[in-house]
Ligand binder design. Structure first.
Ligand SMILES: Cc1cc2nc3c(=O)[nH]c(=O)nc-3n(C[C@H](O)[C@H](O)[C@H](O)COP(=O)(O)OP(=O)(O)OC[C@H]3O[C@@H](n4cnc5c(N)ncnc54)[C@H](O)[C@@H]3O)c2cc1C
Length: 378
């Protein structure tokens, strides 16, 4: 029998869950606190595993049509010397970069009009014997059989289920920006990430001849001085890095940058509680070092729908979902954390040894790691 599902949060996880659950015949409503579609953020990279998960819905083909493809990441030293190539095995296709707002538009276009109720901020969720009841800030209410909590890293639903704080500050802070790419030298068919002792810098071409960049430096959490940095301050920090890094920062208007401390969430011990299941960043926010946070949220959405489709008992379906997702999420979350620690080292000796080891590491190791990440399995 078709169930009524309330999805709280209209980010990538919530919108994907709406698509996958509607596809199996569920009645779905998304409640999003923003008054209108407004994906904050700069660019985003969607990896082959997420494209495989979205295949049945016509979304992957749209991402491929609109995105900028890349065969992987070229890792460089601050002087621009190659360290390693993190290549996508060709049989899996490519990474695709696009503007976050375009990804949201693609996901929204895959839903019937009226699926998302904008301007609805959940303030209370009550699980009853036979249903769930959601109360919103404007006093309105909604009832459903089940709830999908997709309300992001600061999820109030997760805090209700697991009051203990599970945030973990990674020790570094991040800025992102988008600039016109006209005349920029040195953009290849691989996205670029540069590791130096002063920080890390990423360069990712976007459609429409734009370039998405990100910079990460080690800093104290919530440092008010660092939070005020402009692109000029970042230019000062990265001015000795290889081209076109200084140029990208000079092209960025001083305040046209997005800043965020990097934190993750230890994956919840159980991704569900009775009629509520938690997905995406709400359940397991991952550091961005592998570009897998949104991709794993997409895998969550596809797997959840599959479990509910084959298992009519929702409690068993949620348990199956947890069992299918747990190992992969924990593995990627831990690996991403370790990459961040290694990439952010400020020790000259350590970075020399690291770079040498990476230069001469057998290619088969990288290929088998890439296969395990870029292969989605239901
Ligand atoms: C610097 C950086 C770069 C990244 N790059 C990549 C990348 O290239 N590739 C990748 O795969 N991942 C990347 N990620 C991770 C990715 O951004 C996240 O994993 C992804 O956006 C999570 O989506 P979500 O829907 O779970 O959460 P969110 O995007 O946070 O969405 C949650 C939604 O819930 C809404 N909400 C919250 N509370 C309520 C409430 N009470 N009521 C109603 N609505 C509510 C919010 O308004 C929001 O729209 C990156 C992350 C960072 C920090």
């Amino acid at each position: 029998m078709s169930q009524t599902i309330l999805i709280i949060g209209g980010g990538i996880a919530g919108l994907c869950a709406a698509v996958t659950l509607q596809h199996i015949g569920m009645k779905v409503k998304v409640y999003e606190r923003s008054p209108e579609p407004a994906a904050v953020g700069a660019g985003i990279i969607i990896a082959p595993n997420a494209l495989q998960a979205l295949e049945p819905y016509g979304i992957s083909s749209e991402i491929i049509r609109q995105g900028c493809p890349s065969g992987g990441f070229q890792l460089l030293s601050d002087r621009g010397r190659p360290i390693s190539k993190l290549a996508v095995p060709p049989e899996y296709g490519s990474l695709y970069s696009l503007h976050r707002k375009d990804l949201h538009h693609i996901l929204l276009s895959a839903l019937p009009p009226g699926t998302v109720e904008w301007g609805k901020s959940l303030v209370q969720l009550e699980q009853k014997d036979t249903h769930v009841q959601a109360v919103f800030h404007d006093g309105s209410q909604a009832e459903g059989d089940l709830v999908v909590a997709a309300d992001g890293i600061h999820s109030s639903i997760r805090k209700q289920l697991v009051p203990k704080d599970t945030y973990r500050y990674a020790g570094y802070t991040c800025w992102r920006g988008i600039v016109p790419g006209d005349g920029l030298p040195g953009l290849s068919d691989h996205f670029i990430e540069t590791w130096g002792t002063k920080g890390r810098f990423g360069i990712v071409p976007l459609p429409g001849n734009q370039v998405y960049w990100y910079g990460l430096i080690n800093a104290r959490q919530n440092d008010p001085r660092v939070a005020k940095y402009t692109s000029e301050d970042l230019h000062h920090l990265f001015k000795d890095y290889h081209d076109p890094i200084p140029d990208l920062l000079l092209r960025t208007a001083p305040h046209d940058i997005i800043h965020r401390d990097i934190v993750d969430i230890t994956p919840m011990e159980r991704f569900y509680s009775d009629r509520v299941v938690v997905i995406g960043d709400a359940a397991h926010a991952i550091t961005p070092n592998m570009g897998q946070g949104a991709c794993q949220a997409i895998e969550d959405a596809r797997t959840l729908a599959e479990c509910l489709h084959v298992q009519p008992n929702y409690q068993q379906a949620f348990a199956d979902y947890d069992a299918r997702r747990r190992q992969r999420i924990e593995h990627i979350s831990n690996q991403s954390w370790r990459i961040g620690q290694m990439a952010q080292s400020q020790s000259i000796l350590f970075t020399r040894i690291r770079n040498q080891l990476m230069r001469y590491a057998p290619k088969s190791v990288g290929r088998s790691q890439a296969r395990s990440i870029y292969q989605f399995r239901l």
